[in-house]
Ligand binder design. Structure first.
Ligand SMILES: Nc1nc2c(c(=O)[nH]1)N[C@H]1C(S)=C(S)[C@@H](COP(=O)(O)OP(=O)(O)OC[C@H]3O[C@@H](n4cnc5c(=O)[nH]c(N)nc54)[C@H](O)[C@@H]3O)O[C@H]1N2
Ligand SMILES: Nc1nc2c(c(=O)[nH]1)N[C@H]1C(S)=C(S)[C@@H](COP(=O)(O)OP(=O)(O)OC[C@H]3O[C@@H](n4cnc5c(=O)[nH]c(N)nc54)[C@H](O)[C@@H]3O)O[C@H]1N2
Ligand SMILES: [Mo]
Length: 775
């Protein structure tokens, strides 16, 4: 370890989280609150939950081992996982147990038998970033089966490079809010511009800007059309009109708009010829020349529930004004989720405004805060993860498939992957019992590995379904640095309280394991927390030397709490350089152009993702004829928390109805089922069932119900697939099916359910208590 040195005393103590930055409020030595950070116009109330929840009965205070696993080790089998009591053990016993299991599996089965994908958001902070820590550690012991892409935008990540060559418009170079306010006349926002989601930015944020940016649009007279099944996806305080649409049918609407543009000769052929490839094949499809079905407004209307006259009017408005098309990430978390993204770009190309200020397209405005802020060229170092010598990987949302079918095949982006035979799962910083679809299926799959190890702070679904549970610190209990590239800030996150019980940092745990395996120096590079923070800070200074500012040394940064980089002066509209000279700035597609038709995608011969965007009936949607279920479930992001984090905190708990997660439904759908506001309902389909608290609302279109994600899984019969969830976790209902053979992203939003009044005695919520612990 490095020589001990002391952090300087900060002027004010700061906590910088995924949902914003806060200043510690103390009485004497006791932390009593988290106040707003200077200059944040809209601090998120999610922080209220931190102090409230950190010492809850759900906190894990000691290393824990499932009882029969302690006795029989991996020979205990997975059948009783989630059902048995835990036994507290000392740290040395726990570390030895984990090290032995890792050694056993890598020697007997090879490192590919370790699944270390460990997807999840964990906490903000460059150093104590659980994913970086676990991957660095697993790489040092010889690697692991990894996962690629994300639950957030898995389909987009794969389709966009085929269409525009890279991830511009998704991660980088988006047209800024300033430019939109100045130049756009109309913003058509598929999936809305959501204030609830803009409480968040991965890795931290300094100020919540969406409300201000929407106000800027309102003042400039920009019209916003929010195309969404839910009205309040866009704040009603803006210049916003609402166009309700049946979930997952946006491609049909956009095809009909394309049809009107062609039929009325409103499409920009000059743009299409110069900047795109493959328009004729798409045109033939839209006009019905290739499949005898013209995609007219009359064709689309019964699919998407938008009247033909509205579609015509929209096409005319779009083509006669400077129009920006935006799409939230949610639309591609559905079966055939590649299509709406491809189609949006195609439609924007037909309008011919790509590369012009205030025109074109962009993804994720309002999906997190900061999308649409000026691009930054700041480099943010992170904990080096090393190299993973194991080549095996899965698309992240194919977790249950992998566990259920070792040796099975999986299509992915032109390749055929083979699922490895996973013996050991190691998870730190994510909660698959929150994020994965069809949890009853996952529960069956989860019984198969021999060993499950997790680092968690709370007894959530993951902890309860593990064999060895190692208690970790919360962000508030350790020092870190957060960087939020979208709002130019490097922020110190100071340790505000001591960790309770025997909770330890992920880094401490992996360093201890590395020591047990005689690899400690390789893992720690002989640095402790402070050594790493100083080292990472030095790297930031070195990589960002600039003429227009001097960066303070670490001590000064730590005392002041923030370094703010200057605002970038030039932020051109998305794809402006390409528009100005496509030969000098070609896209990285095979043609160098926007590929409305992709020879490469077509060459994969997938029946569920063709060579150009098309409307394909999903397995589950409101037009499906083969099902008894009549309501479309949208499991969107929760307003009162970040995913499942701090579900047990006050900000989330206060929103519950009879302690259940609220489900919003239209009064007409409720009336026909005898459901009144505030009643507990059972939401079900052939995959599973959960309880929820009914909230009647005309914000949700008829036929659609909205149950946000995040309620901790709370089964009536723990460890038993098929059990009723007492609490309201929508992933009991969602389908575990890839978006298509191309991207294999998650399709959570393709889900039909039925809802009925729950008339039995209301079971008690138990997920916020600790499970049985024997001595
Ligand atoms: N039905 C449906 N499902 C969805 C979605 C949807 O729209 N609908 N959305 C999907 C999306 S976009 C996402 S990104 C995923 C999110 O899924 P996750 O990222 O898995 O969700 P979180 O609840 O944030 O899980 C983070 C876990 O890490 C723990 N944690 C926090 N900090 C630390 C730390 O420092 N160390 C360790 N070891 N643990 C820590 C928390 O206690 C929590 O259990 O969910 C996906 N699932
Ligand atoms: N408060 C809070 N904010 C968050 C998160 C959180 O957990 N809590 N999670 C963060 C994460 S990880 C992510 S990836 C982003 C996700 O950001 P998004 O994917 O944009 O968020 P969602 O809330 O899932 O969806 C936004 C809206 O899209 C609409 N929608 C759903 N399906 C369709 C459709 O087929 N057509 C149309 N037109 N609209 C549709 C729904 O009405 C929904 O409310 O949010 C981030 N922000
Ligand atoms: Mo996400």
């Amino acid at each position: 370890m490095s020589e001990a040195s002391l952090f300087p005393v900060p002027k004010r103590r700061i906590l910088s989280t995924h949902w914003g930055t806060y200043v510690a409020v103390s009485e004497g030595s006791e932390l009593v609150g988290l106040g707003p950070f200077e200059g944040d116009p809209a601090p998120s109330p999610i922080a209220r939950s931190i102090i409230d929840a950190m010492h809850s009965p759900a906190r894990i205070l000691r290393p824990m081992v499932r009882s029969s696993f302690l006795e029989k080790r991996h020979k205990a089998g997975g059948e009783l996982r989630g059902r048995e009591p835990f036994v507290a053990v000392s740290w040395p016993v726990a570390i030895a147990l984990v090290a032995n299991e890792l050694d056993r599996v890598r020697l007997a089965h090879g490192n590919s038998a370790i699944f270390g994908g460990s997807y999840g958001w964990a906490s903000a902070g460059r150093f104590h970033h659980a994913q970086s820590q676990i991957h660095r550690f697993l790489n040092i012991i010889g690697g692991y089966t990894r996962s690629v892409n994300s639950y957030s935008f898995g389909a987009a990540e794969v389709i966009l490079p085929h269409v525009i060559g890279d991830h511009r418009g998704l991660f980088t170079e988006l047209t800024t809010w300033q430019t939109i306010a100045k130049h756009s006349e109309l913003v058509v926002a598929f999936g809305g511009l959501s204030s609830k989601n803009a409480q968040i930015n991965a890795g931290g944020l300094r100020r919540h800007g969406l409300t201000e940016n929407l106000e800027r649009l309102r003042q400039s007279g920009v019209d916003i059309l929010s195309v969404s099944p839910i009205r309040d996806d866009t704040d009603p305080a803006c210049n916003v009109a609402w166009l309700p649409i049946k979930p997952t049918t946006d491609v049909a609407l956009m095809l009909a708009i394309a049809h009107v543009l062609i039929a009325e000769d409103r499409h920009d052929m000059t743009f299409l010829e110069r900047y795109t490839a493959g328009f004729p094949a798409f045109r033939a499809y839209v006009m019905g020349e290739s499949d005898q079905m013209a995609k007219t407004p009359e064709w689309a209307s019964p699919i998407c529930a938008v009247p033909p006259a509205t579609i015509r009017d929209l096409a005319r408005r779009m083509s006669s004004r400077r129009t920006l098309l935006t799409m939230s990430w949610s639309l591609q978390r559905a079966e055939h989720g590649e299509q709406p993204y491809w189609m949006l770009i195609t439609l924007a190309a037909m309008l011919g405004q790509i590369g012009l200020p205030g025109g074109g397209f962009g993804f994720g405005y309002g999906s997190v805060d900061g999308v649409g802020n000026a691009a930054q060229s700041i480099k943010w170092p992170s904990l080096p993860q090393g190299r993973n010598p194991v080549e095996t990987f899965i698309p992240v949302a194919r977790l249950a498939d992998m566990l259920l079918s070792p040796g099975g095949a999986c299509d992915y982006n032109g390749q055929t992957l083979t699922y490895p035979d996973i013996r050991l799962i190691y998870w730190a910083g994510g909660n698959p019992f929150h994020h994965h679809q069809d949890l009853n299926r996952l529960l069956r799959a989860w019984k198969r590995p021999e060993t499950v190890i997790a680092h968690e702070m709370f007894w959530n679904g993951l902890a309860r379904h593990s064999d060895i549970v190692l208690p970790v610190t919360l962000q508030i209990e350790r020092n870190d640095i957060t960087c939020s590239p979208r709002d130019r800030a490097l922020i110190a996150s100071h340790k505000l309280v001591e960790p309770p019980g025997e909770a330890r940092d992920d880094h401490w745990i992996f360093a201890s394991l590395a020591r047990e395996l005689s690899l400690e120096s390789l893992f720690t590079e002989d640095r402790d927390e402070e050594g790493w923070l100083r080292h990472l800070y030095d790297l930031i200074v070195r990589e960002n030397i600039r003429s227009d500012m001097t960066l303070p040394d670490f001590d000064e940064f730590w005392m002041n709490g923030m370094v703010l980089f200057p605002e970038e002066t030039s932020s051109p509209p998305l794809l402006q350089a390409f528009r100005s000279d496509p030969a000098a700035h070609p896209l990285s597609t095979p043609s160098g152009l926007i590929e409305i038709y992709s020879e490469r995608v077509a060459s994969f011969c997938y029946t569920n993702c063709l060579g150009h965007p098309v409307w394909m009936q999903p397995n589950e949607w409101l037009g499906a004829s083969t099902t008894k279920r009549t309501l479309h479930l949208l499991s969107n992001q929760p307003k009162t928390k970040l995913h499942s984090q701090l579900d047990h905190g006050i900000n989330s708990r206060e929103s519950k109805i009879q302690q259940r997660e609220p489900i919003r439904m239209h009064p007409l759908d409720a009336a026909s089922r005898g459901i009144s506001d505030g009643a507990v309902v059972r939401v079900f389909n052939e995959r599973g069932a959960c309880l929820a608290g009914a909230r009647l609302s005309t914000e949700v279109m008829p036929g659609v119900v909205q149950l946000s994600t995040g309620a901790w899984y709370d089964p009536l019969m723990p460890g038993s697939p098929g059990s009723l969830d007492k609490h309201g976790n929508p992933n009991l209902l969602t389908q575990d099916r890839g978006t298509s053979s191309l991207a294999q992203g998650c399709s959570a939003n393709s889900c039909l359910v039925e809802v009925e009044l729950f008339v039995d005695d209301l079971p008690r919520i138990t997920c916020y208590d600790a499970p049985d612990i024997t001595q």
